[in-house]
Design a protein around this ligand. Structure first.
Ligand SMILES: [Zn+2]
Length: 395
C-alpha cells in the first residue's frame, strides 16, 4: 500500500482553499475542474441559487450503463474560529505520520484520494470501463447537507443507478450503514410590549413560547416511550432538544418577542413529522387560548415555526451487491451506525445504494489540530482503487 506524491499534493491543494461553509467553494471547484478537463470526463457543475457555491459531478465510462460507483465527498469545512491551532489550519503539515490541517480528516483527505483515483482511471483505463465511475463533490454539508439535496433534486437524472455511492466521511474505514437524521427549527412568538406594571395591556411573547418550549420536551417523552425504537442506536429512540431561547429586553417590560430553537434526531423509520404535527397543533391551541382571552382588546399574538435544517436518517442495505463488494474489501467488516449525520440518507432516499466509509477518525473532525494519519490515507487509497475496478467488470 502506497501513498503517492500525487495523492499527497491533491490533498494539500484542496486543504489550501479555505472552504469554511460561510465562504464560496468555487475556487476549489474551479481547481478540480481544471485537473479533470485534462481527461475526457463529463463535468457538470450544479450551483446554489445565488451562484456562490457549486456541486461538481464528473463522470467517465459508458453513461447509459447501469451500475458503477460514485465517490462522494463534501468540500466545505467547519470554522476554526475560537480554536487554538498550533499550525496554519489551511496549510497541510506532516509530522509523526500525520497530516494536520482543517479538513484533513473531514474530509479533504478522502476527496483528494478520490480525485486522484478518478483522474487515474480516466487517464489510464478509460477503455476498460464497462460501467460509469463518478466523482461527486458537494457544498454545504456541514450546515445541513444543502448541496447534496440540491444535487439529488436537480441533477440525479444525469446518472444511472450506481452499485454503490461511497460517502467517504471519516469512519476509520469501518462500514457505517445507518445514522439518525436531524431537523432544526426556530419557533418564534411576537406579542406586544408594555410596561410590566400593567401586563394585561401587553402580550408576553415569553409567556406563550415558554409554554411551547416545555411542550417540545413532552413530545420528546412521547417519542421515547411510544415512538419507534432502533436498538442499534444509543439512545435507541428519536430525541429532541431545545437548544437556545431568547426574548425580552428587561425585567420590567412585557416581552414583545421570543424565539427558541429546537431539534429532533429521528431514528430510521421516523422522519420527524410526528413532532412537527404535534408542535403545530400545540401552537394552534395556544393561539386559540390567546384569542379567547384577548377578545375585545385588539391585541395580537403571532406564532411561527421555521425549519432551517432537514437531513433524513440513513438506513443502508448491507446485503446489496454494491455494499457486499465494499464490505469484503475492508479489514474491519463489522457493520456499524454513526452518531453523526451525513449525506447518505439523501442519496439512499434517491434510490442509490449508499455506505458511509472513509479514512480518518471522526474524533479528530471539527477539532483544533485536526489530523489524519498517513496509514489511514494509504488504506483509504487502496480501498478506493479496488472499488473503482468494479467499473471494469461487465454489468
Ligand atoms: Zn464531513
Amino acid at each position: 500500500m502506497t501513498f503517492s506524491n500525487k495523492q499527497r499534493n491533491y490533498i494539500e491543494d484542496l486543504i489550501a482553499f479555505d472552504t469554511t461553509s460561510i465562504h464560496s467553494n468555487l475556487d476549489l471547484i474551479d481547481h478540480v475542474t481544471k485537473i479533470l478537463e485534462r481527461t475526457r470526463a463529463r463535468i457538470t457543475l450544479n450551483f446554489n441559487p445565488d451562484k456562490t457555491k457549486a456541486n461538481l459531478i464528473a463522470s467517465i465510462g459508458p453513461p447509459e450503463a447501469e451500475g458503477g460507483v460514485i465517490f462522494s465527498g463534501h468540500t466545505d469545512t467547519v470554522p476554526v474560529t475560537g480554536q487554538d491551532w498550533s499550525t496554519n489550519p489551511y496549510r497541510a503539515v506532516e509530522e509523526n505520520g500525520k497530516i494536520f490541517a482543517r479538513g484533513s480528516t473531514d474530509m479533504k483527505g478522502f476527496c483528494g484520494l478520490a480525485l486522484a483515483a478518478f483522474e487515474h482511471v480516466a487517464t489510464e483505463h478509460e477503455s476498460k470501463l464497462q460501467k460509469p465511475l463518478h466523482l461527486l463533490l458537494t457544498y454545504d454539508e456541514e450546515v445541513g447537507c444543502i448541496g447534496a439535496q440540491n444535487f439529488v433534486t436537480t441533477n440525479s437524472h444525469l446518472l444511472t443507478k450506481p452499485d454503490l455511492i461511497l460517502v467517504g466521511e471519516p469512519t476509520n474505514l469501518r462500514p457505517i450503514l445507518a445514522h439518525k437524521g436531524i431537523r432544526c427549527f426556530n419557533a418564534s412568538a411576537k406579542g406586544h410590549g408594555y410596561h410590566s406594571s400593567a401586563p394585561d395591556k401587553g402580550v408576553s411573547a415569553i409567556q406563550y413560547n415558554a409554554r411551547l418550549s416545555g411542550y417540545v420536551y413532552r413530545i420528546g417523552e412521547s417519542l421515547k416511550n411510544e415512538g419507534i425504537t432502533d436498538l442499534r442506536f444509543d439512545p435507541s429512540y428519536s430525541t429532541v432538544n431545545v437548544g437556545t431561547i431568547q426574548g425580552g429586553s428587561a425585567v420590567n417590560v412585557v416581552a414583545d418577542e421570543c424565539v427558541f430553537s429546537f431539534e429532533t434526531r429521528p431514528v430510521p423509520g421516523d422522519n420527524g413529522d410526528v413532532l412537527v404535527e404535534k408542535f403545530l397543533a400545540a401552537q394552534e391551541k395556544v393561539q386559540n387560548c390567546f384569542k379567547k382571552a384577548a377578545r375585545d382588546t385588539g391585541l395580537e399574538l403571532h406564532l411561527a415555526l421555521d425549519e432551517y435544517v432537514s437531513v433524513p436518517p440513513f438506513d443502508g442495505n448491507e446485503h446489496h451487491p454494491g455494499s457486499k463488494l465494499l464490505i469484503n474489501l475492508l479489514d474491519d467488516k463489522t457493520v456499524g451506525v454513526a452518531p453523526f449525520c451525513t449525506e447518505a440518507g439523501i442519496f439512499q432516499n434517491a434510490g442509490w445504494n449508499s455506505i458511509v466509509c472513509g479514512p480518518g477518525s471522526i474524533e479528530q473532525a471539527h477539532q483544533p489540530d485536526e489530523f489524519i494519519t498517513i496509514d489511514q490515507l494509504k488504506r483509504g487509497a487502496h480501498l478506493i482503487e479496488k472499488i473503482s475496478h468494479r467499473c471494469f467488470e461487465p454489468a
